[in-house]
Write a protein that binds this ligand. Sequence first.
Ligand SMILES: [Zn+2]
Ligand SMILES: [Zn+2]
Length: 399
Amino acid sequence: MKITFLGTGGGRFTTISQKRMTGGFRIDSFNGKNFHIDPGPGALVRSYQFGLNPASLDGIFVSHSHTDHYNDAEVLIEAMTRGMTKTKGIVMGSQSVFNGYKQWGPAISKYHTGQSEKLVLGPNKTKNFENFTIKGTKTVHGDPTAVGFQLKSNDLVISYTSDTKYFENLYKYHKGSDILIASVIRPGNQTIKGHMCTRNFINLVNEVKPKLAIMTHFGFKMLSENPNDEAKRVFNETGIATLAAFDGMVVSINPNNVSNFKVDAIDKNIEYHESNLNSGNKESKYNKKSKNNKINNKSNTFKSYNNPNKNTKTNTKTNTNTNTNTNNNPNINNTHNENNNRDNKSNKDNKDNNNDDNDKENKKNKKNKKAFVSKDKQTSLNSISKNTFTKDFSYSKKG
Ligand SMILES: [Zn+2]
Ligand SMILES: [Zn+2]
């Protein structure tokens, strides 16, 4: 099982500046299934860039109707269903994503759900498949229907908070997780409406006690600090292995030994091309060199990082520390430093753009309600495809 980050930026200003990528993340080989989570702007392009075939998807999860989470959902659905010619896969997400809620969404047209199973999730709503279950988890966020999830198989539980503020019972939705992935948009104690800062995440990690915690979806203020330092802080205060995700980070996990995870960095300078999918095994793809020699003087970033400490039970502290800091791995640090330099450079220009939440957007949308165009206009196409193809969705339902 592996998790690949196709974008670790979050909030409007990181997104529109592409200070970090915003393609969400993929969970591959989870009980044989591949999922794309929150495909924001660039998700399709990043998939090819990082050697992941969008046609191999079995499911797409869209947590809510904010552009940094849904932008590329429809085009990925088209990839999953071979251009809407094949009935395949499942599309999961919030009520707003499919049906619209107040000024939010719909983010996916009816046409685009015509060839896949559709699952509207809400807090604690659970759906059983043959080898695993998915449960919706509660959020408190600008889109009131926004939802996270918990994926559970016999040997592994993965939780994703999506965008949410920290609230008293948040941990109850995510308890039992082996891996906890969270949107942590701001550093330190810098709370903001509808989102978590590092302090909030420390509380959540202490309550959930996963084996691995991963922070992602970084806003401008987070990127003006060092996200790795923030992850270190989480580790220092919780004793739990914590990663600050970076664009192109791959975490490989053996479900029977989560603590012994492995982190790889994919070269971000690989061309955006379908041929990346045909470049042989994983290792050769990671070592593929960019044509841009100026940036590619860090070709050693492709080397994989293996956790040297196998004795996870007795030595969790040492073990997690090497993972968290990645200080023992200069290759991965190179990647981070490059990110940080880029982050700090653009931070100066954006001192005023520090509001990562969607309040302003909310107000604007209220004013411009009439400007909202429903995507339901494609319904007529949906009826054509429904008549033409029959469903053969392969997940079998347990209950
Ligand atoms: Zn977001
Ligand atoms: Zn949001």
